[in-house]
Ligand binder design. Structure first.
Ligand code: HEM
Length: 125
């Protein structure tokens, strides 16, 4: 496997470990106030990252492109900005990070679409 799928998968596993530990802490404390942040950490940090990694593992040409590294960096940044942003928004201490993180997450998904379409031409012939 090339470097990009490994980066996506390793980061996905790391976010899943953090997200699950957070879920256990929420359950144990019976304080679910931050569950939307936990949900987004797991869904973008683990599920989306793993789906992207799977795509690049199946498409070595796409994985070798510079766009793939930009896509990885953008997805990582989206999780790192969005999750604390949701925590802040839930606590009423500001929405700027959540707004910025949402835009980064949207851009990450748009880049995924670009990568898929760009490398679909050869496959569809
Ligand atoms: C050790 C594993 C996990 C534990 C103990 C855990 C625990 C929790 C708890 C206690 C809640 C709050 C439920 C409520 O207030 O009704 C929650 C919500 C949620 N969890 Fe998890 N979770 C785990 C893993 C995951 C994973 C792997 C995902 C996704 C891939 C996930 C996605 C979500 C979502 C989407 C919500 C709802 C968020 C919301 O209400 O806005 N969780 N989880």
């Amino acid at each position: 496997m090339t470097r990009i799928p490994t980066l996506f998968f390793a980061t996905a596993a790391l976010f899943a470990l953090i997200g699950m530990a957070w879920g256990i802490q929420m359950s144990a404390s019976q304080d679910h106030a931050l569950s939307p942040a936990h949900g987004h950490l797991n869904l973008i940090g683990f599920v989306a990252m793993a789906v992207f990694g799977g795509y690049y593992a199946l498409n070595p040409l796409a994985a070798a492109s510079r766009l793939a590294m930009v896509h990885y960096a953008l997805t990582l940044a989206a999780v790192i900005v969005l999750v604390p942003g949701i925590v802040m928004a839930l606590r009423g201490t500001g929405e700027a990070l959540a707004k910025g993180g949402s835009v980064l997450a949207l851009l990450s998904m748009a880049l995924f679409l670009v990568a898929v379409l760009r490398h679909a031409r050869g496959l569809m012939r």
